[in-house]
Design a protein around this ligand. Structure first.
Ligand SMILES: [Zn+2]
Ligand SMILES: [Zn+2]
Length: 244
């Protein structure tokens, strides 16, 4: 086979770059990017009214929403790029389980924007750990991938000092309080020096109840962390305030 023919085969079939098609509608796109303009404009950006503490979308701007008040206490502040709804929910699933690992780079870029916008000024970046067994099964830890890619952009070192010491029951079926109870004592800081006296930035894909982040922040603070900020790609909206 001649070289020219060989290259053409690779360029046409072999190294298909998913960036050439919109990740939502599949339409061909030209130039840089992951979405066509229409789909990009319709992404559920969480930049209108949100809780100043946990970063969830709210009906009105508020300092503390019903979801985080009295619950998110060890996390000093959290922000998320998107609200967890269509099509972001399926894109995150694709990045976690499917063939969409490349999307984690795009997400990390959006996280860096929020990092600078909120002046989080972290000394170190942490991620939500998985047990070794789980990581082997899944192939990679999406939270670690996000943290590593973000760390490269914001030039803040990432540390793998958080350890998941035991497998926990699947969180999905549990309520907020039960989730926290389920996670109790399941995380450890392996190297306290890496967080002691420092501002820590915790990175994850989704904030649902916030129980995981809160438990990790508590663990980090016990190990001497001064502040813990949380950045996630998406968060579920806050509970509705009941107007009287
Ligand atoms: Zn599109
Ligand atoms: Zn809140």
């Amino acid at each position: 086979m001649r070289l020219k023919e060989f290259l053409s085969r690779i360029l046409t079939f072999g190294l298909y770059d998913p960036k050439w098609r919109c990740n939502v509608c599949g339409k061909e796109i030209f130039g840089e990017g992951y979405f066509c303009k229409e789909c990009y404009d319709n992404l559920p950006f969480n930049d209108k009214t949100f809780c100043q503490h946990c970063g969830r979308e709210t009906d009105e701007a508020t300092d503390y929403c019903l979801t985080c008040k009295g619950f998110m206490v060890s996390v000093d502040a959290a922000r998320s790029v998107f609200t967890y709804k269509k099509p972001i929910n399926s894109l995150i699933k694709k990045a976690k389980y499917g063939n969409g690992k490349y999307l984690l780079s795009a997400f990390a870029e959006t996280l860096s924007y929020l990092y600078f916008k909120n002046s989080f000024n972290a000394d170190v970046v942490c991620f939500v750990p998985m047990t070794e067994k789980r990581k082997r099964k899944r192939g990679y830890n999406q939270s670690e991938e996000l943290a590593t890619r973000l760390s490269e952009i914001i030039k803040v070192p990432v540390t793998d000092c958080l350890v998941k010491s035991r497998e926990t029951e699947r969180q999905a079926k549990l309520g907020k309080a039960d989730r926290k109870e389920n996670l109790k004592g399941s995380f450890k800081v392996s190297d306290k020096k890496s967080v002691n006296g420092k501002t820590v930035l915790l990175v994850d894909d989704v904030t649902t109840t916030g129980a995981t982040a809160e438990t990790l922040a508590e663990t980090l603070k016990k190990a001497g962390a001064v502040k813990v900020y949380l950045l996630t790609v998406a968060s579920v909206p806050a509970k509705k305030e009941i107007k009287t």
